[in-house]
Design a protein around this ligand. Structure first.
Ligand SMILES: [Zn+2]
Length: 466
């Protein structure tokens, strides 16, 4: 009998890693993501299985919590093939190299600090280095296209379908035969929110016997996206009219492109006051290039922009500043600048420099457009801090702080339920990639509204299919 064991994203959001073992068949890993936030220490631990015995890795999408431990897997002996859409591969390369760089820098900083206390042996070594990322990309990669089924191994048919989450993201359908009966199991990865300006909508899934579904926002429905966009535009217009600047801490992949798209639309409709828009992030600049390269996978609006302007995101006010000189030159701009920079939760990156230079000014505004985890500088500011310490200097916050919550790359409860309701022959739903309190709520909605059995997967619990 086939089994699935979840070695990550069981009762937590991060560390996605599910092992599908088909009887007398291959061992297939669906995602190999990093644990993040409070769970971070778990990355150092053993996988819970032998990496060298995995035959295939199927990647749903390029977020670090779905792809971040692939270099570790390779380091520990995985030598099989990797399947991911071509766009996912390109984004994953940017994300994994950046992650190796950050881990190296963190290690060097912590090592120096510990050395002063004679405790350098206590410093955690980086999970992997740039060479390990390169080794992962030297393996055999296959790039499935959406909705094109292929036989991955004898009797095992795989189909990637558009998850509408970030560029290249897919949910994966796997069909295999056991004792003469065909079974289909679907892994959702992360599924997106409809009506995103940049992404296409989540594709339908019409047939599944077993479903592993994410439940990040299984307990709630999102605020209306249109209302959030209106609020966002209002802050931009008011701040620029008042000769202030707008700082937007943003994640390099997806949220940045969404923000650029809104600003471009404002410019198109002549709603954007005279200003300069700086994308001050080398990583977000590279990610934006990849989005532009795969514009045929983006929304109708993005495709129309590409057709008209030759580029999805460029417009006359937009300036990319990937190098340090360009970034420093932004400091000379007194007013009417919109500065988009990482990191998204302000734990590092160029946004910190801009905070230092501009948080004291009551004419300026900061717009938080993404989730801020507990313990980050971003969260501290969102929670109303009056003073922050930046580069050993105390800064009084006088800028206007705005949090706009309506942007989300994840489906909400209604969207998850609607997606599941379209699946025929569904025997059981397994909830992963979510916190337990939210999963309990989603489970009861699935059971009561859809009359389907739903189960919250425990870490390393072996689920027998059939
Ligand atoms: Zn994701």
């Amino acid at each position: 009998m086939a089994t699935v064991t979840s070695y990550g994203a069981a009762k937590v959001v991060t560390g996605s890693c599910h092992l599908l073992a088909i009887e007398h068949g291959p061992r297939i890993l669906i995602d190999c993501g990093m644990f993040q936030g409070r769970e971070e220490d778990r990355n150092d631990g053993a996988f819970g299985f032998d990496a060298s015995e995995i035959d295939y890795v199927l990647i749903t999408h390029a977020h670090l919590d779905h792809v971040g431990r692939v270099p570790k897997l390779v380091k520990e002996g995985f030598n099989g093939s990797i399947y991911a859409t071509a766009a996912t591969r390109d984004i994953a390369e940017i994300i994994l190299l950046d992650s190796a760089k950050i881990m190296k820098e963190d290690f060097e900083t912590n090592f120096k600090k510990a050395q002063r206390r004679g405790k350098e042996q206590e410093v955690r070594a980086p999970l992997y280095a740039e060479e390990d990322v390169e080794a992962a990309f030297d393996l055999e990669w296959h790039h499935p296209e959406y909705d094109v089924s292929f036989e991955m191994a004898q009797g095992i048919k795989v189909t990637y379908r558009d998850a509408g989450h970030i560029l290249g993201a897919a949910f994966i359908e796997i069909t295999y035969e056991e004792h003469g009966v065909e079974q289909t199991i679907v892994f959702s990865g992360d599924i997106g929110n409809d009506n995103n300006m940049v992404m296409t909508n989540l594709a339908k899934c019409t047939h599944a016997n077993y479903l592993y579904v994410e439940s990040t926002y299984g307990d709630r429905n999102h605020k209306d996206t249109d209302a959030s966009i209106t609020e966002f535009k209002r802050v931009i217009i008011d701040t620029l009219h008042n000769w202030g600047n707008v700082l937007i801490p943003s994640f390099a992949v997806e949220r940045t492109q969404e923000i650029l798209c809104i600003l471009k639309e404002m410019h198109d409709r002549q709603e954007l006051p005279q200003c300069k828009v700086f994308l001050d992030s080398p990583m977000a600049t590279r990610a934006t290039e990849v989005y532009n390269n795969y514009s045929d996978l983006l929304s109708q609006q993005c495709q129309a922009y590409k057709e008209r302007d030759g580029s999805v995101f460029n417009f006359e006010n937009l300036v990319f500043t990937p190098d340090v000189e360009g970034s420093r030159a932004i400091n000379e701009v007194d007013s009417r600048a919109i500065i988009i920079a990482g990191s998204g939760m302000c734990t590092g990156g160029r946004i910190i420099h801009h905070f230092k230079n501009r948080l004291w000014n009551p004419k300026n505004a900061v717009i938080f457009v993404g989730y801020q985890a507990v313990g980050t500088l971003g969260r501290h500011i969102v929670d109303g801090a009056r003073w922050v310490k930046i580069f050993h200097e105390d800064i009084l916050i006088k800028a206007n702080i705005h949090t706009i919550n309506g942007f989300s790359a994840h489906a909400d409860q209604d969207a998850i339920i609607k997606w599941i309701s379209q699946m025929e022959d569904l025997y059981r739903v397994y909830l992963v990639h979510g916190e337990e309190d939210k999963q309990v709520i989603l489970r009861s909605v699935i059971e009561n509204a859809l009359h389907k059995k739903a189960h919250i997967v425990e870490p390393e619990e072996v689920i027998y299919l059939g």
